[in-house]
Design a protein around this ligand. Structure first.
Ligand SMILES: Nc1ncnc2c1ncn2[C@@H]1O[C@H](COP(=O)(O)OP(=O)(O)O)[C@@H](O)[C@H]1O
Ligand SMILES: [Mg+2]
Length: 241
């Protein structure tokens, strides 16, 4: 059998003397979607950062297509087709919408493809076309999240690690953001969707993984996730959108 697109094996990570991950293993098969769930502080964002080279692993390994990428710098992992939409904004607030998009497209495919990628981004998110000259920092929270996604959508990566895309957004905006994810998925991108609010992520995913206190507490089909969260985290902790 060919290796999964992403294989994390026994990942441990610390911030100084604080240990945030304790041997987390997880696979994302080519073209599939995996939901990574867990309450605040469970280690979800840390895991996302280790995968994409932003935080070093203290032990364990990350493989892409069977190639060991553990310890590689973030830009090299990005060049291998892994995109990370970080928690929060991940955009340059003093630059315009169009400057943000152009910068990201140039980084990933050189100057030549920028025009076409901009057209695709604006087709996917018309609100961004209307606001192309606006400073990104003055967009609403939802519009900023769409800008982060549009950067990815126009040049689909092989794997998208999306961290808490729905956080703080109105339901109608969450719908738009998740439509964007579904579109990326149809274009062949595998997804690792990190969410505290589980319904959207579970509707998209074939597999769910629950982190608790830096460890995998449960994994299985999305249909079993709500029950597992209630059992492991206690009632009321499995926040739903
Ligand atoms: N930059 C950091 N420095 C120190 N501790 C951190 C840092 N980032 C996260 N942590 C700690 O690591 C643990 C896991 O955090 P995080 O990965 O952000 O969890 P989640 O994304 O699941 O909410 C938390 O206890 C958090 O306080
Ligand atoms: Mg987080």
């Amino acid at each position: 059998m060919s290796p999964a697109l992403l294989e994390a094996d026994g990942l441990c990570a610390s911030y100084g003397s604080y240990r945030a991950l304790f041997g987390v293993s997880l696979e994302v098969p080519e073209g599939s979607a995996v939901a990574l769930l867990g309450s605040n502080g469970a280690g979800k964002s840390t895991f996302a950062r280790v995968l994409t080279g932003l935080v070093p692993a203290s032990s364990g390994s990350v493989r892409l297509d069977g190639h060991d990428v553990t310890g590689m710098p973030a830009w090299r992992i990005a060049r291998m087709g892994v995109a990370h939409v970080p928690e929060g904004r991940g955009i340059f607030s003093s630059l315009s919408v169009e400057e943000n998009l152009s910068l990201s497209f140039r980084r990933r495919m050189g100057r030549g493809g920028i025009g076409e990628a901009l057209d695709k981004a604006y087709a996917g998110f018309p609100i961004l076309a209307e606001r192309r000259r606006q400073q990104a920092g003055t967009l609403s929270g939802g519009q900023q999240r769409m800008l982060s996604l549009a950067k990815v959508l126009a040049v689909p990566p092989r794997l998208l690690v999306a961290d808490e895309l729905s956080l703080g957004l109105a339901p109608v905006v969450v719908d738009a953001v998740y439509d964007g994810l579904a579109e990326i998925r149809r274009a062949g991108t595998a997804l690792l969707v990190v969410e505290q609010h589980i319904d959207r992520a579970l509707a998209l995913a074939e597999h769910a993984v629950l982190l608790a206190k830096g460890e995998v507490a449960w994994q299985g089909p999305p249909s079993g996730a709500a029950e597992a969260m209630e059992r492991i985290l206690g009632s009321g902790r499995a926040e739903r959108t």
